[in-house]
Ligand binder design. Structure first.
Ligand SMILES: Cc1ncc(COP(=O)(O)O)c(C=O)c1O
Length: 376
């Protein structure tokens, strides 16, 4: 969508992505960093983020879906692309054609791959050490590795990995227990494959999880994986700002009510500003009832009335807010009291979710604009 087609956009700071990747590389060295760019780069734009991450030294990329891998290949990206779960068997021809590196944990999928007659195609075996999502059981890992070895003219065991369920709580023993189960399972697999076990929280908080490489998503976007590891994220820079312009203003009288359900009543005469972003763009509908705010003219303004599909309203009190004024929904803005900031975490806390869901939830119809093109 053209940048100026609507007065709302997500501004993506690719320099922040580069900075975050470089920082994480420093922290985890000599382990490599693989950048997780699934879900359109956690809402930041997969292709641009992937390029920035590789620029900053990421050695591979991870996605969830075959289609996400194809998007990166079609953009000319040549790096290794790991599919983080096993795709449906019928996608095997695409996996081979686009040189994607599948995660494997069923014989059915391995056979589907072999049927395509690839030559030594790398695959990564996923072991479920406690997340209970996908993967072979630890005691079945060696047999599965042998099954791959027996088909070695077509597939090659390039990696063996697991995924932590609770790495963002460094005090909980669950991560160490998962790593122990992983170590036991790989101890009976011949040396050679890369080993990996860390997401962002694992990479930052659990040195033992770093191994050959870390699969870093949320931290690369400058966001903390969770409160328990906030202290390890102080060097990270958030890479996304959600911005808009005021589309309409009007004076409302004390006692009047606003938005669907007329649930909010103004206690005083107020300047009401309409912002052209709604729940179809990823602004949670209930943000108004949970104390959501936006920045206009450097001041926090409460969202009033329910967020509608395409628009939301904010109470600007007595201030002379005008159509076209800059609005920051997530990000920072200078004001009379200095720089003010609203974070994805603040939204997440407000609606009882996690920053991941907030940034991934910013929908496709919000244009993503690299920061430099705004400044220049
Ligand atoms: C298998 C796997 N590895 C790595 C990641 C990246 O996690 P994070 O964004 O917490 O770094 C994910 C994300 O969900 C994942 O599913």
């Amino acid at each position: 969508m053209a940048a100026d087609a609507r007065w709302a956009w997500a501004e993506i700071d690719l320099e922040a992505i580069r900075h975050n990747v470089a920082h994480i590389r420093d922290v985890v060295a000599p382990s490599a960093v693989w950048a997780v760019v699934k879900a359109d780069g956690y809402g930041h734009g997969a292709v641009d983020v992937a390029r920035a991450a590789i620029d900053a030294g990421a050695e591979g990329l991870c996605v969830a879906l075959v289609g996400e891998g194809i998007e990166l290949r079609d953009a000319g990206i040549d790096a290794s692309i790991l599919l983080l779960s096993e795709p449906p068997p019928e996608t095997a021809p695409l996996v081979v054609r686009y040189r994607l590196t599948p995660t494997v944990y069923t014989e059915r999928f391995v056979e589907a791959l072999v049927d395509e007659r690839p030559a030594g195609m790398p695959v990564h075996l996923k072991i479920d050490t406690g997340m209970q999502r996908v993967g072979v059981q630890p005691e079945a890992a060696a047999a599965f590795a042998r099954l791959i070895e027996e088909r070695s003219s077509h597939v090659r065991l390039a990696g063996v990995y697991t995924h932590p369920a609770l790495a963002d709580d460094p005090d909980d023993p669950a991560t160490a227990e998962q790593l122990d189960r992983f170590a036991d399972a790989v101890s009976v697999i011949p040396d050679g494959p890369m080993l990996h076990a860390a997401n962002s929280a694992g990479a930052l908080a659990h040195p033992a999880a770093r191994m050959s490489l870390v699969r870093v998503g949320i931290a690369m976007y400058g966001l903390s994986p969770g409160r328990g590891v906030d202290h390890l994220c102080t060097e990270l820079r958030p890479a996304l700002e959600l911005r808009a312009r005021v589309s309409f203003v009007k004076q409302v009288r004390a006692g009047s009510r606003v938005s669907y359900g007329l649930r909010h009543t103004f206690e005083r005469d107020s300047m009401l500003a309409t912002i052209p972003l709604g729940y179809a763009d990823g602004v949670p509908r209930r943000l108004s009832s949970t104390g959501g705010e936006v920045l206009i003219r450097g001041v926090r303004r409460p969202i009033v009335g329910v967020v509608t599909m395409d628009q939301l309203m904010v109470d600007c009190g007595e201030d002379d807010v005008q159509p076209g004024d800059d609005v920051v929904l997530i990000g920072s803005q200078d004001g009379p009291l200095g720089s003010q900031q609203i974070t994805a975490r603040e939204w997440a806390d407000s609606v009882e979710t996690i920053s991941y869901e907030i940034v991934c939830g910013i929908s496709e119809r919000v244009p993503r604009i690299p920061r430099r093109s705004i400044d220049s």
